[in-house]
Write a protein that binds this ligand. Sequence first.
Ligand SMILES: [Zn+2]
Ligand SMILES: [Zn+2]
Length: 385
Amino acid sequence: MTLPELSPLLAELTQLRHELHRLAELSGQETDTAQHLQHYLQRYSPGQLLSGLGSGTGLVAIFEGKKLGPTLMLRADMDALPIADANQLPYSSRKQGVSHKCGHDGHMSMLAGLAPLLARHPLKRGRLLLLMQPAEETGQGARALLKDERFTSLAPDYIFGLHNLPGYPLGQVVLREGTFCPASKGLHVTLRGRTAHAAEPELGHSPANALAELLQQLPKLPPTTQPAELSLLTLTHARLGDSSFGISPGEAELLATLRANLQPDMDRLSEAVEHLLHQTASAQGLGLSLEYREVFPATTNGAEAFACMQRAATAAGLDVHLKQDPFRWSEDFGCYNQLAPSGFFGLGAGLEQPNLHNAAYDFPDALLPYGLRMYWALIGQLLGH
Ligand SMILES: [Zn+2]
Ligand SMILES: [Zn+2]
């Protein structure tokens, strides 16, 4: 797919990206976004268009090849973030405090842009599934799809996805074999003692000392290792009692995020964390509850998927960067590994772009053709067009 061949389509996809940007919806609430995409995709007559998947707003457009062959699934994420749009744009988010600050509007547009290409160049063999996935940011979207039989029965043979990457040259394909992004999970801890009048703290049972000890000790638990074997605990929030001068606190709350590149390291870290929590709470006679939220598995590229992505980038004539160490952020794309061999790659969004989740970030429209070219090369390689 050459750039001149793509250029008439790019104006249409830029407009689609702006419309999706304006519709920005939070994780799990992507109803207008789903409807808009559905209208767009229907114009190019997919064989089938499944809606209401997973957490309720997932979509899959199915394109059939002329003869039998493998099933390839390509995935884009749909959700925006609870961040106010700091940019004054003609297509600024219509919702106060919600905007596309991770570029999922661009991811959806690149994926949807394959539909008009397929209308012109039908697949030679197999089936292509274009998946629009809700709720990536909360780690719930892929999980919900994997519990939906209408989705799992599509039984793809390969799944690929991408994320745009500010700080990398525009259109550069960033690849890594093995772990691409770490497993991560949120830890929510509550310590329970007993409140008392602040004048008589000895009559209550404050969790202050236990909280102080945990704040000191928890970040020391992960072993310090090479970045390729990252294992990390970050304290993200702590609360002792309520904001008051009259009450000696009876409850404390602590939030932390655990990350590890390898699942066995994540399991070891979780075990060490739980051991310390139980030990501290019981030594101080406090009640303890702990819960994990926003659990992301590691996103890992197996040898086969990695080789497919390398070949596709070469075929598309795109610049490739082989990344030494995995990224630090997490992606729920890793969940799809249980369904089929899956590959995830980064796409440079430009060196001067603000970072993801920064209020000034906006997906660069100049990136649209690069994602299309990479996807088109993957389709060509596995299904032919
Ligand atoms: Zn994000
Ligand atoms: Zn994202």
